[in-house]
Design a protein around this ligand. Sequence first.
Ligand code: IMP
Ligand code: MG
Length: 185
Amino acid sequence: MPNTTKYENDMHQILFSAEQIGQRVAELGAQISADYEGKNLLMLSVLKGSVVFMADLMRSVTIPAEIEFMAVSSYGAGTQSSGVVKIIKDIDIPLEGKDLLLVEDILDSGKTLAYLKELLAGRNPASIHIVTLLDKPARRAVDIQPDYTGFTLPDEFIVGYGLDYAELYRNLPYIGVLKPEVYSN
Ligand code: IMP
Ligand code: MG
């Protein structure tokens, strides 16, 4: 049975369609292009969750931009933050003079990004800001705010468009909520 069939059977509700996401990402790209005009924009994607968002967002940015990737892990296979951030892949370029834009899939407790922002600020970029496709402000455990947000969400665990549950569902083109029984299997 192809994966798409399993995926569709597992889905409780679609929150944002591919079209809705595409439109919002285009708006974010236009805003970022205007704000970073004349700056040294470096878009830093936090793998793996933000890879789909990054790929779309960077193509809707119309000014010169560099890209880099970091990989961190803050969750195990479950749906709750462990609170422990592990750097799996770091960047190896100097950040001095760069206008750093952290590209995140979702801001949940905020622990991952708070840790990353502090680590990267220590490397003296010219500026450091955050764009997140999704924000769950009700879940925030630390004091961190995104500078650009795609969509604000209630406290629900979602998958698709890069976001996973137990490393699956990242390749869905839309964002949705899984049926409760999928999590307990
Ligand atoms: P935070 O440190 O709690 O803000 O967690 C950030 C990371 O947790 C994200 O980059 C995601 O990998 C993961 N995460 C948080 N909420 C969700 C969700 O609803 N679905 C899938 N992954 C999530
Ligand atoms: Mg994850």
